[in-house]
Write a protein that binds this ligand. Structure first.
Ligand code: ADP
Ligand code: MG
Length: 353
């Protein structure tokens, strides 16, 4: 038996009798860690949380918290005896109670608990919901309702908190601030949490590990850095929408050749025999702009992202390559103009499939 705080081992997650995500294994090592699960809509993320909370049963594998089996083929601890709190994606506030009463229901569940308490006042302040405390759920916006249910879950101080897209209705302008506050409160109160989200940047910021669910599988469960820079499959690359895969031939243990880009040097994450034909991942940060370079491609699109632009370049062989440029770059390149790429091309981590 190992010492993981929470562990899912070889579980098929089912909804309506059908397997949605199969043979899933992952762990949360320490109490207080936050992990995130990412995946497209309809893939089974909510199903996973419902199963961990005990609302769906499993027929194989096991789910264990603090060394105790919660679910397996033989065992199934009732949801109310798991000390797991699930904040649903949709508004789950009781309509006949005020926001304040709704939140205090969470506190009731937590009467005779434990060490690191968070107070009602702290949470209200943190989530900036003092002005809705005396309102009823139908009198507040979807984003406010999400913050109120988040408050209720936080105050219940569970052993494991499950948040299902907790910020999906929160205004973009307010989101980063709430993310920061949420992280702070989860860390300071040491609440172990699984957060389901659509938003990869949210997952990278909040989670010490991220799980990517695609095609009925947990494809990668890894540090955010690794998920982003060292994606383990073409599916993960496509899901994160990171750059593009271009054909290349391995020419030495530290180089490849592409028809349009020429020689590319760097460190392979995984070695391939010389002569292998591979797909090389080119991410927007991998290539650098240089007006003086004679390697020039046509600009076909330019996206302004505030601190940076992402140019899409078209090569003679019709590859579309994204290139990141700081937006204070002194002159901008219009669509149909030529755009220079700095040589020699060196990519720190070479990711190939
Ligand atoms: P996600 O949260 O990733 O969007 P869900 O876990 O809600 O996905 O659902 C996964 C799939 O299972 C969806 O296709 C959904 O329609 C289906 N599903 C969810 N719950 C049930 C159920 N109780 N009965 C039948 N199908 C369900
Ligand atoms: Mg869902």
């Amino acid at each position: 038996m190992n010492n993981n705080f929470f562990e899912v081992k070889n579980v098929d997650f089912k909804a309506g009798g059908k397997t949605k995500v199969s043979n899933v294994s992952f762990a949360i090592e320490k109490e207080g860690d936050i992990i995130c699960l990412l995946g497209p809509s309809g893939i089974g993320k909510t199903t996973i949380l419902r199963t961990i909370a005990g609302l769906e049963k499993i027929n194989n594998g096991s789910i264990a918290l603090k060394g105790k089996i919660l679910s397996s083929e033989k065992e199934n601890i009732e949801p109310e005896h798991r000390n797991i709190s699930l904040a649903f994606q949709e508004n789950s506030l009781f309509p006949h109670y005020t926001v304040k009463k709704n939140i205090l229901l969470g506190a009731d569940r937590n009467k005779d608990k434990k060490n690191h308490q968070v107070s009602f006042q702290e949470i209200v302040k943190l989530l900036d919901i003092s002005f809705i405390l005396n309102k009823y759920p139908h009198e507040i916006s979807a984003g406010e309702a999400q913050r109120a249910s988040l408050a209720r879950s936080l105050i219940s101080q569970p052993d494991l908190l499950l948040l299902d897209e907790p910020l999906s209705n929160v205004d973009q302008s307010f989101k980063e601030e709430i993310q920061e506050k949420l992280k702070k409160i989860l860390k300071s109160s040491k609440i172990t949490t699984i957060i389901v989200t659509h938003d990869s940047y949210e997952a990278f910021y909040l989670g010490s590990k991220c799980g990517i669910i695609l095609n009925q599988e947990l494809k990668q469960f890894d540090d955010p850095y690794n998920v982003y820079h060292l994606p383990n499959s073409v599916e993960v690359v496509n899901f994160l929408n990171r750059g593009t895969l271009i054909p290349a031939e391995v020419t030495s243990p530290k180089s490849l050749e592409n028809k349009d880009l020429g020689t590319i040097t760097g460190n392979f994450i995984k070695q391939f025999p010389i002569g292998s034909k591979v797909k090389l991942l080119v991410q927007p940060e991998d290539l650098h702009h240089d007006d003086k370079s004679n390697l020039k491609f046509e600009v076909i699109d330019r996206k302004f992202r505030g601190t940076n632009f992402i140019y899409t370049l078209k090569t003679p062989n019709n590859m579309l390559i994204p290139v990141f440029v700081h937006s204070h770059h002194i002159h901008q390149h219009e669509v149909d103009e030529k755009f220079g790429i700095k040589r020699p091309i060196h990519i720190d981590h070479i990711v190939c499939f």
